[in-house]
Write a protein that binds this ligand. Sequence first.
Ligand code: 2P0
Length: 356
Amino acid sequence: MLYEKTSTSPVNIAVIKYWGKRDTELILPTNSSISVTLSQDQLQSKTTIRASPKFTKTRLWLNNVEELNLSNNARLQNCLRATKKLRKEYEDQLSDEIGRDNVIPLSTYNLHICSENNFPTAAGLASSASGFACLVYTLSQLYELPISTTELSKIARQGSGSACRSLFGGFVNWQMGTKQDGSDSQALQIASSDHWPELEALICVVSDAKKSTSSTEGMQNTVKTSPLLQYRINNVVPERMKFMTDAILRKDFNKFAELTMKDSNQFHACCLDTFPPIFYLNDISRAIIRVITEYNNSTGKPGEYKAAYTFDAGPNAVIYALKQNIPDIINLISKYFPPSQNNLNYFSDPYNLFSN
Ligand code: 2P0
């Protein structure tokens, strides 16, 4: 007997950034964060999982070629163990109701997992977020787990912190929580994707090369060495979380844009404040910041914005803007960064709900 499930998961791009862990095993962050989940048209992970009593061991292939060594991958093991445990509890509950012989003992079967991204992996485009969200979501479907998405987010978080946010569509808050066991470090939806359909994201792929400093390693060096990060955690993020939530709920693009750009700037300032420093932005990234700043200045009204840039752990830009301004922005970007000269690709991606 063979049991199989396939699902897809979207990427999310943070507007209040996660950077730093207080517990590296449970993946508990040093601050809460907020993200927007993009539609799955352009960037998505797809995972197929098969379970069979005939499989002699659990195996995982990434992007159809590379078989991962699972024995030294603690994060994957944690996700597999946690979902398997829930499946076992569910099987016990079902056994009481319908008899053990009528329950498929999926929790005892080995798995074959195929996971692929339709975009560059580990290039600062949130591939670990969509990848782990997809793994955990597909497991929950295969195992028919009777749990909420927020409960599931606590398992996805243990694969990759930002993955907990990709389980929801729309606008998502990853609450850092305060408990040591991580039981309150979870994702919650602030608003669904149809709340603000005019908001779109333009993704500018400056480079699809694998980043030189991984997020996992980089953020812990920042925790150890950056006084600016401590200031950010204590004095900046708590207030920004409130203002950003409010801006999203009120669909206030000016406030949303201002906070998004300031938070991206401060995250990269923390990278620069790390010792030795971490450089994720390159010359093209900085030029994009200048073009968007000039574009915003062209309104002539301080505090009014037509576009907001944000950068994650890589040089690629994500530009949030209202739908009516996207053609202008594409014109600007293609004027200043002709694809043939800069090797910069871009595409527009209205965020959308990840139906689950
Ligand atoms: C974020 N990033 O909030 C921030 C902004 C990158 C910059 O989440 O170690 O891959 O797997 O928990 O989730 C990237 O960090 O790190 C990230 P781990 P993750 O989106």
